[in-house]
Design a binder for this molecule. Structure first.
Ligand code: CP
Length: 307
């Protein structure tokens, strides 16, 4: 497949519309592999991938591992607790040692923004950002865009609302870069304390009027409230947040009839989403997870097949 020349996937900020389209198209052709009885193609036979997760994950880590295996690559997983990072080794030294074992790609998640870029500058192996601090989570946004396109047939011209803790959200940032490049009209909605100063410069509208956003949007992308940050008093109370910004069935009565409810996970049921909305007719949350495997197969394939 032509049109891809990057060594790494670090963000959506620097990807072109054509590169994003290429990943989405490639994922489309890989999605079918996961529905086969034998869920495997030989595309990356002989390639070695390491996932280096220095922050917890369920979806991203599992789907990268499944993606690599379905492409016939070898993959091993390393986490902070079970590695020499817990003895004080730097992430860069750890990654250099992994690379010395002749690996082709390292998938990295880290709580500090910029770690994947630092590894990419210092290593010959391909680096894939699986989430760095509050900065970017490119494969999450790619799978979100894939799901929107699959369900609504397009992205251009759609109104997408990203709701909740925008300040701390790498998912929000990657989606804003990606969705605006593909022509969506993006509004971010949340409490003023969780709204980054100057976010409008990314080409989005801001509001705290959830009712208006629900009425006008084609997609409601709901973010997790990061409970681990609540000691910093960003919100007066969680109950107050749920009342003003939580999505429930009653509020959804005002929504468009084909609205999509999305959430990157993990969800706090009853806080940002009621359980009947999370599991309800408009929810595509599990479709997002399914599509994550296809997107990660596409990313691994584009980075490694001709490397
Ligand atoms: N959406 C997401 O990144 O989920 P995990 O933290 O489980 O990987």
């Amino acid at each position: 497949m032509s049109g891809w020349s990057r060594k790494d996937l670090l963000d959506l900020q620097t990807l072109s519309q054509q590169e994003i389209d290429l990943i989405l198209e490639t994922a489309k052709s890989f999605k079918e592999v996961s529905t086969r009885e034998v869920k495997k193609v030989p595309a990356l036979r002989g390639k070695t991938v390491v996932s280096l997760f220095i922050e917890n994950s369920t979806r991203t880590r599992a789907s990268f591992e499944l993606a690599a295996k379905r492409l016939s690559a070898d993959i091993i997983n390393i986490s902070a607790g079970g590695s020499s990072i817990s003895k004080g080794e730097t992430v860069l030294d750890t990654a250099r040692n992994i690379e010395a074992m002749n690996v082709d790609a390292i998938i990295v998640r880290h709580s500090s923004a910029g770690v994947p870029n630092q590894l990419a500058q210092n290593l010959k192996a391909s680096i894939i950002n699986a989430g760095d601090g509050c900065r970017e989570h490119p494969t999450q946004a790619l799978l979100d865009m894939f799901t929107i396109k699959e369900k609504l047939g397009k992205i251009e011209g759609l109104r997408v609302a990203i709701i909740g803790d925008i300040l701390h959200s790498r998912v929000a940032r990657s989606n804003i870069w990606g969705l605006t490049k593909l022509g969506a009209r993006v509004t971010v909605c949340g409490p003023s304390t969780l709204m980054p100063v100057g976010i409008e410069k990314m080409g989005v509208q801001t509001t705290s009027d959830l009712g208006h956003v629900i009425k006008e949007s084609d997609v409601l992308m709901v973010l997790r409230i990061q409970l681990e940050r609540q000691r910093d008093n960003f919100l007066p109370s969680l109950r107050e947040y749920a009342k003003q910004f939580g999505i429930n069935k009653e509020k959804l009565n005002q929504a468009k009839k084909n609205v999509l409810i999305m959430h990157p996970g993990p969800t706090n049921r009853g806080l940002e989403l009621s359980a009947d909305v999370a599991d309800g007719e408009y929810s595509v949350i599990l479709d997002q997870v399914t599509n994550g495997v296809a997107i990660r197969m596409a990313v691994l394939y584009l980075l490694l097949a001709s490397a």
